[in-house]
Unconditional design. Structure first.
Length: 284
């Protein structure tokens, strides 16, 4: 049943006309991306109606501030249900524990995480930059057979959840590392004396600034999953240009393989993944 149908008779026609058409569900928490000011006094009613109808939902919240700050986290307000923001999300044969206000996480990327996992070949050595609470590393490790996955995350809260999620999923081949993605990537390859077969860069807003470290860490033949935000009419031009310019700057050679739209970011703007192969690594 759609939200408007569920609330018909409880809200006026005018209120129903501005009611958000959708919401995200993370674990047992429903999250509205926002709530119109016209519904300010009706939020509790809306939230309680959802709790009554959707038995799997225990908390209803709304974003009062969109993703912001160094860790790209939202500000949330609980409008009904239990007064908490921590939950356990299950997806792709994996368990992910997180605080949805302190850690960036999008349930809408579940299919994208599944897609990446399906591409991984047995024995691959993988680097995930900007790994958050480790959804990509864990989904990959649970659904394919990589040799090792290094997960780098700067947000200390997300890093702690990553460590806990590794334990919850009983994984021995995922290593969570706290710190700056560039600095830690260079430290890892120096210590390992080797690069990686696959690199993920799931930070659409700033991934381009870290391509130097990516090329330094890529073995010849490495597959890179580079994420960016783009207007629909521009896809995949801007991101491809960034990749090619960086490759030229850092003396690497690349081949663009494909691109994949991973969902809307804002009206007319999409999150896009560019898959490319490093044919020649930097300074080789």
């Amino acid at each position: 049943m759609k939200l408007k149908e569920m609330l018909a008779g409880k809200l006026t026609k005018k209120e129903l006309s501005v009611l958000p058409a959708s919401f995200d569900v993370v674990g047992d928490i429903a999250v509205f991306s926002g709530m119109p000011p016209e519904l300010k006094k009706r939020e509790k009613l809306i939230g309680e109606a959802m709790l009554s109808h959707f038995k799997n939902i225990k908390v209803v919240a709304k974003k009062v501030k969109q993703y912001s700050g160094i860790y790209r986290t939202p500000k949330l307000q609980v409008i009904a249900g239990q007064r908490r923001k921590e939950t356990i999300c299950r997806e792709n044969n994996s368990v992910l524990k997180l605080d949805i206000e302190k850690v960036y996480f999008s349930p809408r990327l579940s299919e994208e995480r599944k897609r990446i996992a399906s591409l991984v070949k047995p024995g691959e050595e993988i680097l995930v930059m900007f790994s958050g609470c480790a959804p990509y590393p864990i989904v990959i490790a649970r659904n394919s057979r990589p040799k090792i996955i290094y997960a780098i995350e700067k947000n200390p809260v997300a890093h702690r959840y990553a460590e806990e999620n590794i334990r919850l999923n009983k994984l021995s081949n995922v290593v969570a590392i706290k710190g700056d993605a560039r600095k830690k990537t260079l430290e890892i390859i120096k210590k390992r004396h080797a690069g990686f077969d696959r690199i993920l860069m799931p930070l659409p807003k700033d991934s381009g600034h870290f391509l130097d470290a990516c090329f330094a860490a890529a073995e010849p033949g490495c597959i890179v999953h580079f994420y960016s935000f783009m207007k629909e009419e521009e896809i995949p031009g801007p991101a491809v240009n960034v990749i090619k310019e960086a490759a030229k700057k850092y003396c690497a050679k690349v081949r663009i393989l494909s691109w994949n739209k991973c969902g809307h970011y804002s009206p007319g703007k999409f999150r896009v993944c560019i898959d490319f192969k490093v044919l020649k690594k930097a300074n080789q």
